[in-house]
Design a protein around this ligand. Structure first.
Ligand code: 1QQ
Length: 407
């Protein structure tokens, strides 16, 4: 076989061998999950779609958090679809809950009934979740709550929550850890507490602060409450400052934390400020600006964590959006990977949606993957067990790490 023939033969044979290897390799690569353990049915999803819903606050009181969550979800979808899930693609339908409980419940109903989704990420606010999560649970559709940190979201809930999971650190863990760090460093004897009394997260956070302040022997000398729609905080700041507290605690969402911080500083309050999960957004840090420097909160994520999975996430997010991610982006990004890993292990039928929803729910209980939040698996009551990053606003839309508290 003349050289060329051989080469040609060789080339054709090489092409055939290469093609065979490619097939073997892709079978081999799709077998490997983010955790490296073999998945049951590589390739069975070829040409199929794993439909997920994401119901987020893109407008309304929580509209400061939703856009980062959306960015995190779309980035994860892109990355996962490069190799697929057993050959299938992930397709996430994103809807706006307008930070409203009824709207949230309606959007959940829509993605379940019409979208035939096998899982939902959302909503953004705990206040919306109490309306939306029962809809999913009733329809036996698994949910990962990416930022619902109030009480009774998972585990013992005021409604059936068998299908509800959360990858967002609860305030019941974050607030006491944050306050302990502040107490150990600043030794405050008195405190003032300010919170939004028409928002579940904010009211739960206020109750948790009250208990934690008591536990740290810090006397509560003033409590200010207002609506989450409040925009003028001059009176509340004056009342707080009049009581000369050693520290001020704020439990509120959206634009409230930054407005109150700015007003306290404008009225010359120079003392320490601590807050809840409502602080942990780059937009809130940016809006607080110089006035926010040092405002401290307990976070589920830190930009500077040097694990490979986190540095890859941060780099990919920056490349796609030309901006740093924040905790809300990291938790929403992680939620997609958690659903993808569950789908990889669930032997989906891609025809019987009810059976696939149940299979994913079961698989979520056994998920164990490395994420930007750290090595992640759900607790037995579908909650988070992770380190707490006590962070402080840096005056420019970011956060510095004060201390890491192990769970
Ligand atoms: C909740 C929260 C908010 C601050 C998040 C958006 O943690 O509503 O539970």
């Amino acid at each position: 076989m003349g050289g060329t023939g051989l080469r040609k033969f060789g080339r054709r044979a090489a092409a055939v061998v290469l093609a065979a290897c490619m097939v073997a390799l892709s079978a081999c690569s799709s077998k490997k999950t983010t955790t490296g353990t073999a998945s049951p049915s590589a390739g069975t999803g070829a040409g199929k779609t794993i439909a997920l819903g994401a119901v987020l606050s893109l407008t309304g009181a929580g509209g400061i958090y939703g856009p980062q969550q959306k960015n995190g979800i779309l980035l994860a979808q892109d990355e996962i679809n490069r190799s697929g899930v057993n050959g299938a693609r992930i397709a996430v339908t994103i809807a706006d809950d307008q930070s409203d409980k009824t709207q949230g419940a309606q959007q959940f109903q829509t993605v379940i009934q019409q979208g035939k989704v096998v899982g939902i990420i959302g909503p953004t606010l705990s206040n919306t979740a109490v309306g939306a999560h029962p809809v999913a649970d009733h329809n036996r559709t698994p949910v990962i709550a990416p930022s619902n940190t109030g009480n009774g979201i998972v585990g013992s809930c005021p409604y059936s929550c068998t299908y509800i999971f959360r990858d967002s650190l609860g305030e019941a863990a974050a607030i006491p850890a944050n306050l302990k760090v502040a107490a150990a460093r600043l030794h405050p004897k008195t405190a003032a507490l300010a919170f939004a009394n028409d928002d579940k997260f904010s009211s739960d956070g206020a109750a948790i602060f009250k208990t934690a302040l008591g536990a740290d022997n810090i006397q509560l000398v003033d409590t200010e409450q207002f609506s989450k729609a409040q925009t003028d905080f001059s009176t509340y700041a004056t009342n707080i400052i009049a009581k000369k507290p050693d520290i001020v605690a704020i439990s509120a969402v959206g634009g409230v934390p930054s407005k109150l911080i700015v007003e306290l500083r404008r009225q010359r309050y120079a003392g320490p400020i601590v807050g809840g999960n409502g602080f942990n957004s780059s937009s809130v840090s940016m809006q607080a600006g110089q006035a926010g420097i040092g405002a401290q909160s307990g976070s589920a994520w830190f930009l500077g964590t040097t694990t490979t999975v986190n540095t890859n996430f941060v780099a990919a997010y920056k490349a796609k959006y030309n901006a740093d991610p924040d905790q809300f982006a990291a938790q929403a990004y992680t939620a997609v990977y958690l659903f993808a890993d569950a789908a990889r292990h669930a032997s989906l039928t891609f025809s019987d949606v009810a059976r696939d929803r149940d299979a994913i729910t079961t698989a979520l209980q056994n998920v164990s993957i490395d994420t930007p939040l750290g090595p992640f698996s759900f607790t037995s009551d579908h909650d988070v067990h992770q380190p707490i990053y006590v962070v402080a606003m840096d005056g420019a839309g970011g956060f510095t790490l004060v201390e890491t508290v192990q769970p």
